[in-house]
Design a binder for this molecule. Structure first.
Ligand code: UDX
Length: 464
């Protein structure tokens, strides 16, 4: 029998590459797959610039990284998601087909299956054409996946417009099915980009992906049953399997480049010096941005809390060339606060010094925080993050929202007050710890995500 060989294609963003790598590594280490991980040229260069290839793939010939062009032009802004989606769907299918055809013609180690990120649904047509079995990996929540999956129903029920996915009645609250948590039509992921033109392009992109996914063999989710019980009950399908939470500690040590920015390893020593349950961890993932006024207000808010904080300030967080903290801030804060460009987040979240997580509620941050029993202060930015916030605050009740004032600012007083409210609420912490136990159990031997992973991996190993 041939060794199974999986090709994996993430949507080209940090928050998709990380969980797909965790999936790839688990398939490799725990289930014996050879893996080829397909990045775009642009991201491949970024990842390997922070991690010398000599320490990664060279030592493992059965875990390979390859890259193909994303169709963007020199000088194009890769954070312009609408432009990127247009480029991907126009130019990438051909490069992908050429890559797979070349690999199919190899003497040894031909690919046997293909896993596409939900955000690259179009690639399933390429897999079919090149003779590969395929699955979809949902990097967002099962709820977000299901809202995309249900686009035809939402159109038919008169909830959204077919032309651009916009709300027929802004603010309308509906349910994907009776029994699933209420959703606000304005929070549907494609309605939460930066302007209506971007929303429309992204809606058309996800709708086309959705159509390509209809006959896929498996959909796998980085989630667990109890986190989105009602949605999994609604999907109720033997080929839609939750296999999460996927965390790097299940497959560590991580032997390859996974981040666009180098992780600041001094976080651990700083956290070790702090009291248990004292630190506010602040991180907004890889894409969220704050304008300079909001950025400074956040700094002043952290100062006002009087508590220790670990704050991830990506070099591009304000969209400017250099970061500008409020005057005198660093001197006033001293060692009470630590500001880093990028943290080893999955090592930070389990640290006993952590008290809460101020987060943009990207799905990875959400599921990572949940798996570590950390209460959230939710500050969503775009895409699926508003929906994830709803789960944290209204369904799991393991966090609080920060609210904008009448000028659209989250003030320093609001930050201080919400931190106090969150940390003074023992019930939130209790619920967070209870959910952590459930999350951990689900990926342990005998747990439902563990068993689902086996089902999926076994199915994809057969008939190769
Ligand atoms: C994006 C979208 O914004 C998100 O809504 C979607 O669900 C997935 O893709 P991103 O904004 O980057 O992701 O956020 P998130 O999903 O939280 O992913 C960020 C990843 O980077 C996490 O795995 C987190 O552990 C990691 N990270 C973040 C670090 O390792 N260090 C940091 O300092 C910050």
């Amino acid at each position: 029998m041939r060794r199974p060989h999986a090709l994996l294609l993430p949507y080209p963003a940090q928050g998709h590459i990380i969980p797909l790598l965790e999936l790839a590594q688990s398939m490799h280490i725990n289930h014996g797959f050879t893996v080829t991980f397909i990045n775009t040229h642009f991201n491949h260069a970024r990842l390997f610039s922070t991690f010398p290839p000599s320490q990664s793939t060279a030592t493992n010939p059965s875990f390979n990284f390859v890259s193909i062009p994303d169709g963007m032009q020199p000088g194009d802004d890769h954070n312009d998601i609408a432009k990127l989606c247009n480029a991907l769907k126009t130019f990438m299918p051909l490069s992908l087909e050429q890559l797979i055809t070349k690999m199919n013609n190899q003497e040894h180690d031909k690919p046997t299956c293909f896993i596409a990120d939900q955000g690259m649904g179009w690639a399933l047509d390429v897999a079919k054409k090149t003779g590969l079995r395929s699955a979809v990996f949902a990097a967002s929540s099962a709820t977000t996946f299901t809202s995309v999956w249900n686009i035809p129903n939402l159109i038919e029920q008169g909830i959204i417009n077919e032309r651009d996915g916009s709300a027929k009645r802004p603010g309308q609250v509906f349910r994907l099915s009776p029994g699933t948590p209420p959703m606000n039509v304005d929070n549907l992921s494609w309605n939460c980009f930066l302007n209506s033109e971007s929303n429309k392009i992204i809606f058309q992109y996800v709708y086309a992906n959705n159509k390509a996914m209809k006959n896929v063999e498996y959909v796998i989710f980085n989630s667990f049953y109890e986190a989105e019980k009602e949605i999994f009950d609604y999907l109720n399908s033997s080929n839609m399997l939750h296999i999460g939470p996927l965390l790097s500690k299940q497959t560590s040590p991580v032997p390859f480049a996974r981040c666009f920015w180098a992780e600041d390893k001094t976080c651990k020593a700083w956290l070790d010096k702090q009291r248990d349950d004292s630190v506010i961890y602040v991180a907004f993932g890889s894409l969220a941005m704050l304008d300079q006024i909001q950025f400074e207000e956040l700094a002043l808010g952290l100062e006002l809390t009087g508590r220790p904080f670990l704050w991830v300030v990506r070099p591009d967080i304000t969209g400017k060339i250099s970061i500008c903290l409020p005057e005198g801030f660093s001197d006033r804060i001293g060692d009470r606060g630590k500001v880093v460009e990028w943290s080893p987040q999955q090592e930070v979240l389990p640290h006993p010094a952590l008290a809460c997580f101020m987060s943009h509620c990207g799905w990875n941050s959400t599921i990572e925080g949940l798996s570590n029993g950390v209460p959230f202060l939710c500050w969503p930015y775009f895409a699926d993050q508003h929906q994830n916030q709803t789960y944290v605050c209204d369904v799991w009740k393991t966090g609080l929202k920060v609210m904008h004032d009448e000028n659209g600012l989250i003030t320093k007083e609001e930050i201080r007050d919400k931190v106090e409210q969150l940390l003074g609420d023992g019930e939130i912490k209790k619920r967070a710890l209870a959910l952590k136990e459930i999350a951990i159990k689900s990926v342990e031997k005998g747990g439902s995500s563990f068993e689902n992973f086996n089902t999926f991996a076994t199915a994809f190993k057969h008939n190769v």
